[in-house]
Design a protein around this ligand. Structure first.
Ligand code: ADP
Length: 398
């Protein structure tokens, strides 16, 4: 069955058409500048990319264009839309309502809408993607795959905040966690690579991209994760501060005469390694600057690695040990300096990184030495494939 995976942002739409049997990507692409002007990059498998400017007054126009490209005689990969068996939508926030992926019905759309408050930038865009597909392909079954669902197994002591309990009761203020599709995929694949059963393994997954989070996966389920009510919490990220003393917010607001929303914007968009280094949110730029002797870039990298190592220590305690550590996402898969910087703190666990193996980029690999007490791996994430698998399984009633 061919599954169309849709990841709809406020002004962008990423897609992949995946054959669920062979798990091959038939085509993928990106629509950008939706509601501004409109730009499409479409990459049919085995052929060069097609780039074009086309008006996209709304998301429906973008989906329409994607469907045209997929069936285009020259650039397409399928003969007609009948060859799309199902659509899998990435949904950012499922609140406490969704602990797993689900077939999309009117009730499900309503329940996702009720989570809009928790992810005001993301969920409304995700819902527009659903509405557009429903309009253009009313007969095709659709599945919602949530970033938060995997973490619904966290125990109360991990997800409750130390604030008046009524705020949890009234507003559902708690830790939700994100990147769940990735943490689930990588923890399973780590177990496969080690020839172990995920249900018997304690794995710490470090999803280190522009947005970064870390997850303690015990016996196949998430028991704790570093992002919180929103994706601002936890690790120091590309532009996000991660965990800070909440009092800093009022302090900055007063000193700089800024509003609360201004300060939140600073913490989301002007902080992290970009804010500390003053160089860039991109770890490649950071590395170049470090090589050139830029001291603040080095501080940012040190801060990033230290915080990841702190979380690894914390999650080792939470699980009473750890059997494997996996690095994934842009930085985790590609940046040997960051991985080495993190692992330098893990000697107490008996972790020994192999510098030669650590040079790997973007492929499955064990990067620790053979006598490392705990294996450390690079395991590229593939959220689109995970969404396609979930979608196919639900549609085929497995
Ligand atoms: P997100 O999906 O959260 O936007 P990514 O997972 O794409 O982020 O990660 C982006 C980060 O990964 C950037 O800091 C970038 O430097 C790093 N990165 C991505 N690809 C590479 C690469 N091939 N080599 C080195 N670093 C990379």
């Amino acid at each position: 069955m061919n599954i169309l995976v849709i990841n709809c942002g406020s002004s962008s739409l990423k897609y992949q058409l995946i054959d669920s049997v062979t798990e091959q990507v038939m085509a993928k692409g990106l629509c950008e500048r939706i509601r501004i002007d409109g730009r499409l990059k479409h990459v049919p498998s085995g052929r060069g990319p097609v780039e074009l400017e086309a008006p996209m007054p709304d998301h429906t126009a973008a989906v329409e264009l994607v469907l045209q490209m997929l069936t285009d005689p020259q650039y397409g990969v399928i003969g007609s839309l009948d060859e799309i068996g199902a659509v899998g939508h990435r949904i950012v926030h499922g609140g406490e309502k969704f602990a797993s992926s689900t077939r999309i019905t009117d009730e499900v759309i309503q329940a996702i809408t009720e989570c809009n408050d928790l992810a005001p930038l993301h969920n409304p865009a995700n819902l527009i993607g659903i509405a557009s597909c429903k309009k253009l392909m009313p007969q095709v079954p659709m599945v919602a795959v949530f970033d938060t669902a995997f973490h619904q197994t966290m125990p109360e002591r991990a997800y409750l905040y130390g604030i008046p309990y009524e705020y949890y009761e009234k507003y559902k203020i708690r830790k939700y966690g994100f990147h769940g599709t990735s943490h689930s995929f990588v923890s399973k694949h780590t177990a496969e690579l080690l020839g172990r059963d995920v249900k018997e393994l304690r794995t710490i997954v470090c999803h280190l991209g522009n947005g970064a989070s870390i997850c303690a996966v015990q016996n196949g389920v998430s028991v704790d994760t570093s992002m919180g009510l929103t994706p601002l919490d936890g690790l120091v990220m590309g532009t996000r501060s991660g965990t800070i003393d909440p009092a800093v917010i009022e302090f900055i607001a007063q000193k700089e005469q800024r509003s609360l929303s201004d300060v939140m914007n600073i913490l989301n968009k002007e902080s992290g390694v970009a804010g500390v280094s003053g160089v860039s949110s991109d770890f490649r730029d950071l590395e170049t600057a470090i090589d050139q002797g830029n001291a603040r870039a080095k501080k940012a990298m040190d801060l990033f690695c230290y915080r990841v190592a702190q979380y690894i220590g914390s999650y080792t305690a939470v699980m009473n040990g750890v059997d494997a550590i996996a690095f994934t996402a842009g930085v985790g898969e590609n940046n040997a300096t960051a991985r080495a910087g993190i692992c330098q703190y893990l000697g107490y666990l008996g972790v020994k990184l192999d510098p030669e193996r650590n040079r790997v980029r973007g492929e499955d690999a064990v990067i620790s030495t053979d006598d490392s007490r705990i294996p450390v791996l690079v395991v590229p994430t593939n959220e689109e494939l995970a969404i396609a698998r979930e979608t196919a399984a639900l549609v085929q009633g497995q």
